[in-house]
Design a protein around this ligand. Structure first.
Ligand code: PLP
Length: 494
């Protein structure tokens, strides 16, 4: 048995000892919920954690164990769990009823977005990031009269058929059940490749929109610079193409005004969700008034009309949560807390690098403000990730951290989202837990062995039948794990 496999078994055994309640609930849940979960990304092997509650940057599982929560339910909890500003706003509006026709709250919330998001001349509320992306693309197609939309490889834009492709380094569809025809309208390009962009724009005049996640979040935060975004802005403007920033992750997170404020680049349309309502169910498409006019029911015959309506678009609780959250983000920005949070996470990045270096493990940390991802690097090409070793080593690392009361990332997903509630003592606890697990479990030895095998042309040993699968195995591929941050070919930053 390889050291990697021995390590994995040791970590899983400790996890099973710590989480009997989650195991029992999982065994019950699989009888009704496929995989025991309400979304594929909530699962990790051998069975996921089931949480009972949360407050601030901590969450408590059904066994009563507390964890520092840097998974944050995949990003929305930028204010942590149960922030008083959000809770009190929801309570204040509780008497309205869950849904009323055309609530004043929606007008108030839209006015607030117009104040804080640079591109927001008009606002349409919806329920999820997926819907926001679908809608923004529909508006762009209606406005331009053109059929194609460009996305970048490695980027995730929600679960609409037309975007479930190109999550790896090629165009491969990411899901069964998606007809090829639904992806015909989507073109893919490598991120941060101006030459490829120019080549495409040089030969096509049927492109309605380019959509980009400005932090390259699902692709591992690699190669993110304002420079490429600025190039995208000028090329799309010159070509009459609608530039969509998908700020479902970056909105309110990189800055109060999102990535567009942080990089100083204003797109034509923007999608918002997640942190918009700090964990409630609200999304929005915001953008240029002339484009958004396609969704104006009063529009005249000369304006192409795009349909969009959703029963829950303006639910009271979500709008109230958003108003409370945005008010708090404004206060935090005025107080300099966005920079303070980014500074704290920069300190954590340094502490993580030190800890791994002390154990002889080559790690690369990518960070954009309060977003962070670790990769096992390739010692042969410093700075580049080693997708295979990353998948094999980071799954037990994140599971081992769970054993120490730290949910740095969901094992197998590797994305860390920090909130304003992650104060210095919490971050010190995370760094300490990383040092503890690197000392307690044979990570360094497993890494050295796997690396030596790799140098001899062998891959880290795969688990045999009946053995606990690694995160990468669970995701169906070692080289291209979805959302594992190992999606794209490596890129070395200067
Ligand atoms: C960049 C981006 N766009 C869109 C979505 C889809 O959002 P939702 O899960 O709310 O549908 C996500 C979800 O993670 C995302 O990361």
């Amino acid at each position: 048995m390889s050291l990697l496999e021995r390590l994995r078994r040791q970590v899983i055994a400790d996890y099973e000892r710590k989480t009997p309640g989650s195991r029992a609930l999982f065994e019950r849940a699989v009888e009704t919920l496929p995989g025991g979960v309400s979304g594929n990304l909530r699962f990790f092997p051998p069975y996921p954690l089931y949480m009972a509650t949360g407050r601030g940057c901590r969450t408590v599982d059904v066994d009563g164990s507390t964890y520092i929560d840097s998974f944050a339910c995949n990003g929305p909890l930028l204010l942590g769990h149960r922030h008083p500003a959000v809770v009190s706003s929801v309570e204040r509006h509780a008497g309205v009823g869950s849904l009323v026709l055309n609530p004043e709250l929606a007008v108030e919330c839209a006015e607030k977005l117009k104040q804080v998001i640079p591109s927001a001349e008009r606002v349409r509320f919806l329920n999820s990031g997926t819907e926001a992306v679908m809608t923004a693309v529909r508006y762009a197609r209606a406005f331009t009269g053109k059929p194609k939309v460009v996305k970048f490889q490695g980027q995730y834009h929600g679960q609409d058929d037309q975007f479930l492709l190109g999550l790896g380094a090629d165009r491969r569809a990411f899901s069964a059940g998606v007809p090829e025809s639904s992806q015909d309208g989507t073109l893919t390009l490598p991120f941060d490749d101006v030459e490829a962009l120019d080549e495409l724009l040089g030969v096509r005049d049927d492109i309605a929109a380019v959509i980009v996640d400005p932090a390259m979040h699902a692709g591992g935060l690699w190669g993110v610079t304002g420079e490429f975004l600025a190039t995208l802005r000028s090329r799309t403007r010159d070509a009459g193409i609608v530039l969509i920033f998908d700020e479902v992750i970056t909105g309110f997170r990189l800055a109060l005004g999102g990535a567009q404020a942080w990089y100083g680049i204003t797109p034509d349309l923007t999608t918002l969700a997640k942190a918009l309502s700090a964990g409630d169910r609200l999304a929005a498409v915001v953008g240029r008034a002339d484009i958004m006019e396609v969704s104006d029911p009063r529009a005249g015959r000369d304006v192409p009309r795009a349909f969009q309506s959703g029963t829950g678009n303006d639910g009271t609780s979500a709008l109230a949560a958003a108003l409370g959250a945005i008010g708090e983000y404004e206060r935090l920005e005025r107080a300099g807390d966005y920079d303070a949070l980014a500074g704290r996470i920069e300190g954590l990045e340094a502490a993580l690098l030190d800890a791994f270096e002390d154990h002889g493990i080559a790690v690369r940390v990518n960070r954009v403000r309060s977003l962070l991802q670790c990769f096992v690097a390739d010692p042969g090409a410093p700075g580049e990730r080693d997708a295979r070793l990353s998948g094999a080593l980071l799954y037990p690392l994140h599971l081992a951290l769970v054993n120490e009361g730290v949910l740095l990332a969901l094992p197998g997903s590797d994305h860390s989202f920090f909130s304003f509630m992650h104060d210095q003592p919490a971050l010190d606890e995370i760094a300490e837990a990383v040092r503890t697990v690197l000392g307690k479990y044979p990570f360094a030895e497993a890494y050295q062995e796997a690396y030596r095998q790799k140098m001899r042309g062998r891959v880290p040993q795969e688990p045999s039948a009946g053995e606990a699968p690694s995160a990468a195995d669970a995701q169906g591929s070692v080289d291209v794990p979805p959302f594992g941050g190992c999606v794209l070919p490596c890129k070395v930053e200067a």
